[in-house]
Design a protein around this ligand. Structure first.
Ligand SMILES: Nc1ncnc2c1ncn2[C@@H]1O[C@H](COP(=O)(O)OP(=O)(O)OP(=O)(O)O)[C@@H](O)[C@H]1O
Ligand SMILES: [Mg+2]
Length: 256
């Protein structure tokens, strides 16, 4: 078997917020590796530092301890090699159309001219099934459609890694399931690498091939697991993860 280096290495990363009166430790010495093509999940209870970790990979927060490397290069600032998709529906520019929202990001990166950016944008608008809404403005779209635009915008940049922070959490259950299926279909087509944050165990198992379990605040690595596509094993895995996450914190045992 051919040896492959990880795409992203997170090594002993402690992340802290300094407020005037407090020092809040969000994660403590977290380590993991993401390989090319992984659908890597950060899973853990609210406040365990999932979003903080994502922001650090995005280059928006600097570790107080440890380091993060993408393709061997230390992450020190944001860059077009890492694109983020958030939970909020208002991440699009309201005065731009669907196509313009995607084009804008491509042009801003300075990697292509207007015509090339428009072509690339349309390619990804079509991929997420929104070609008939290309000229619509965000206020005319449902929550799920807005998330599709945000995904198209992130993917069109063809980043080394797509960072998704609970992208479907604000959607109704049916739309959420549909979006999960669509994301997997897109992955089948393009085999992108994604670091996906969720606090839903079922979503983690469905979307991920690798799952990192984090302990409650401050987040430490509890376990790293392989996911499964076998429905019989998925139920077992779901129970196992639930035990792992909530064994000593029964008050945290929310239904996810
Ligand atoms: N800007 C900030 N300033 C100070 N503390 C913060 C800030 N953002 C997050 N925190 C704290 O850091 C810890 C981790 O927060 P984070 O948002 O990363 O958790 P999370 O796992 O994403 O939670 P959730 O599932 O609720 O989104 C929490 O204790 C939170 O209160
Ligand atoms: Mg969060």
């Amino acid at each position: 078997m051919q040896h492959k280096d990880p795409l992203l290495t997170v090594q002993g990363v402690t992340l802290q917020y300094k407020t005037p009166h407090h020092l809040i430790t969000a994660t403590y010495r977290v380590s993991f590796d993401v390989m090319q093509g992984d659908r890597f999940i950060l899973l853990g209870p609210s406040g365990c530092g999932k979003s903080t970790l994502q922001k650090a990979v995005g280059g928006y927060i600097t570790p107080t301890e440890g380091e993060m490397r993408l393709k061997g290069r230390k992450i020190t600032q944001p860059g077009p090699d890492r694109m983020m998709v958030f939970q909020e529906f208002d991440q699009l520019l309201p005065w731009k159309t669907v196509k313009q929202n995607v084009t804008f990001a491509l042009q801003a990166s300075g990697r292509m001219n207007k015509r090339e950016a428009e072509e690339k944008a349309m390619e990804y608008v079509v991929k997420v099934g929104l070609e008939s809404f290309a000229d619509s403005h965000p206020h005319m779209l449902s929550g799920g459609m807005k998330q599709r635009v945000a995904i198209a915008r992130g993917m069109a940049m063809e980043p080394d890694i797509l960072l998704m922070d609970e992208p479907f959490a604000a959607l109704d259950a049916l739309t959420r399931r549909r979006m999960q299926d669509e994301l997997l279909k897109l992955w089948d087509e393009t085999r992108f690498t994604v670091l996906f944050v969720t606090h839903s165990i079922a979503e983690a198992i469905k979307i991920g091939n690798r799952i990192l379990l984090l302990s409650p605040h401050p987040g430490r690595v509890k376990a790293e697991l392989n996911s499964t596509t076998d429905p019989a094993r998925a139920t077992e895995l779901e129970q196992y993860i639930h035990q792992m996450l909530f064994a000593h914190e029964p008050e945290e045992a929310e239904h996810v």
